[in-house]
Ligand binder design. Structure first.
Ligand code: MHO
Length: 209
């Protein structure tokens, strides 16, 4: 059941959003994730025409379980913030690194964390932008929980939930990270164990991890 206090929302851009969603979806305290377009001015962006937006992930989290500061730590640890146009095979403005802040406290925390990141090495400059959060445009359904959808096994284990349920599910957010092998080692192992358990006992579906 959802808590009786409000959940919080954080938005980050750190390269291809399939991966970004997997990274944050794994974390305890993250309740829901959505990939989308943010940070630009183009109205109603779509994948093939996202204009000046960055591929982003919106993270809905329980602030009593995970803090904004902890999310920032995961953000820095999960990509190379010193590459202007993203990394690996994904190059371009759409893959830039951005922290979208909502309010002065988030802006302050983001600024402090960026300074700390810069101090780790002077040989290059951290190019991450800190930008006030504007409209977040959710991406097309096929981009939501993309990593999870590559695994028919995991989807079956979840009882082949319809698309909408998948998008809103905490379990799907977590398994999306598990499928991409992007969960912290402890969580990855815990999910392995749970899946093995279910396969052994022959429970119908996985409901929680
Ligand atoms: N290199 C990736 C980028 C996808 S990401 C959603 C691809 O397979 O197209 O931009």
């Amino acid at each position: 059941p959802p808590p009786d206090y409000p959940l919080k929302i954080a938005v980050f851009a750190l390269g291809c959003f399939w991966r970004s969603e997997a990274v944050f979806g794994c974390l305890n305290g993250v309740v829901r994730t959505t990939v989308g377009y943010c940070g630009g001015s183009k109205l109603n962006p779509v994948y093939r025409s996202l204009g000046d937006h960055a591929e982003s992930v919106q993270v809905e989290y329980d602030p009593k379980v995970i803090s904004y500061t902890q999310l920032l730590e995961v953000f820095w640890a999960s990509h190379d913030s010193r590459q202007v146009f993203g990394q690996g095979p994904d190059v371009g403005n759409q893959y830039r690194s951005v922290i979208f802040t909502n309010g002065t406290e988030e802006r302050r925390l983001a600024g402090v964390s960026k300074e700390r990141e810069q101090l780790k090495s002077r040989s290059s400059v951290v190019v991450t932008q800190i930008q006030q959060l504007g409209t977040f445009y959710p991406a097309e359904p096929e981009h939501q929980k993309f990593e999870l959808k590559q695994s028919p096994f995991l989807r079956q284990l979840m009882g082949n939930l319809p698309e909408v349920d998948l998008e809103n599910s905490s379990l799907a957010a977590k398994l999306n990270g598990y499928a991409a092998e992007l969960c912290p080692p402890g969580i990855q192992k815990q999910i392995d164990a749970k899946i093995n358990d279910i396969l052994r006992k022959g429970w119908p579906v996985l409901r929680d991890v």
